[in-house]
Design a protein around this ligand. Structure first.
Ligand SMILES: C[S@@+](CC[C@H](N)C(=O)[O-])C[C@H]1O[C@@H](n2cnc3c(N)ncnc32)[C@H](O)[C@@H]1O
Length: 275
């Protein structure tokens, strides 16, 4: 009997329900861009760097099929546990999940037919080392496909943040704000990074999407902001003035939202394919 006819995935069970919230809306924006362009084939050995709770690792393993073996590498212990649990519940057998750091890949040279990375590079401590490991382990002519948000993300937010600092007599902190913005790559910095590793860009697709909120209060209370962004935004100022600055910032964001009928933040993103 066909596996898919005998395999039971009942949406009512707690286990399958656990896997249903598969990927954050944030990651899926980049994931959609990736899956629009990613070469799909029965690649033998595939690598997903920084798969978090299993994305795009588990998606790729299923779409490429059983002839492909998809290796995922990520040092995030709790996320690795979740990815393993999802793979087990969903019966995805062509994955190998490794809790490890991609700046030191335990694979021989010329091993992978494809490597992917959704939203990872801005998060790597040593992106140069990761890229050189990718280059080393990719077969000649194999592709590395990656997405990222770009410097310029949340520009509308940073604009209000800068004006708020000025209003409070803290204009000298503008350089720290610029520094925080600059931790995200640009098209030029990514190009240089790939170049240095000996990877040549063969395709580049730029796009953008918007984060839309009723106002600044809802933005600053958004769980995903607390998980992924607030720490960086707080780091621009000293803890002693946090209350004062965020009070004013929130109020200024709320004013902007009122004047525009919503708070709309732009997130530029890019898909790169390299060889
Ligand atoms: C923004 S998350 C993206 C996760 C996932 N790809 C997604 O789209 O939801 C970045 C991921 O990179 C991982 N990461 C950070 N440094 C890494 C490294 N040196 N090697 C492998 N993964 C790393 C993090 O643990 C995290 O899971």
């Amino acid at each position: 009997m066909k596996n898919y006819l005998s395999k039971k995935l009942d949406w009512r069970t707690a286990e399958v329900t656990f896997t249903y919230s598969e990927v954050s809306l944030w990651s899926s924006q980049f994931g959609n861009l990736m899956f629009e362009h990613l070469p799909i084939s029965k690649f033998k050995n595939v690598l997903d760097i920084g798969f978090g709770a299993g994305f795009p690792l588990l998606e790729i393993a299923q779409r490429f099929g059983k002839n492909s073996k998809v290796y995922g590498i990520d040092p995030w212990t709790e996320a690795v546990k979740i990815a393993r649990k999802k793979a087990k519940i969903l019966g995805i057998e062509n994955v190998e999940i490794l809790e490890s750091d991609a700046s030191n890949l335990d694979f021989e040279n010329d091993f992978f037919d494809l490597a992917v990375c959704n939203l990872g590079i801005n998060n790597f401590e040593n992106p140069e080392k990761v890229m050189s490991e990718v280059q080393r382990t990719l077969k000649p002519n194999a592709k590395f496909c990656t997405t990222s948000n770009l410097s310029g993300s949340f520009e509308e937010f940073y604009q209000v943040y800068g004006e708020t600092l000025k209003e409070l007599g803290l204009g000298h902190l503008q350089s720290k704000l610029e520094e925080q913005k600059a931790h995200r790559g640009t098209i030029e910095s990514f190009t240089e990074l790939f170049d240095k590793a000996g990877l040549k860009i063969t395709k580049k697709v730029e796009d953008k999407f918007h984060w839309r909120f009723a106002d600044g209060t809802s933005l600053l209370n958004y769980a995903f902001v607390l998980i992924g962004f607030l720490e960086g935004w707080r780091g621009i100022i000293e803890p002693e003035i946090e209350e004062q600055v965020f009070e004013k910032l929130e109020s200024n964001l709320n004013k902007l939202a009122e004047s525009k009928s919503e708070l709309r933040l732009t997130i530029p993103m890019v898909y790169f394919e390299c060889e």
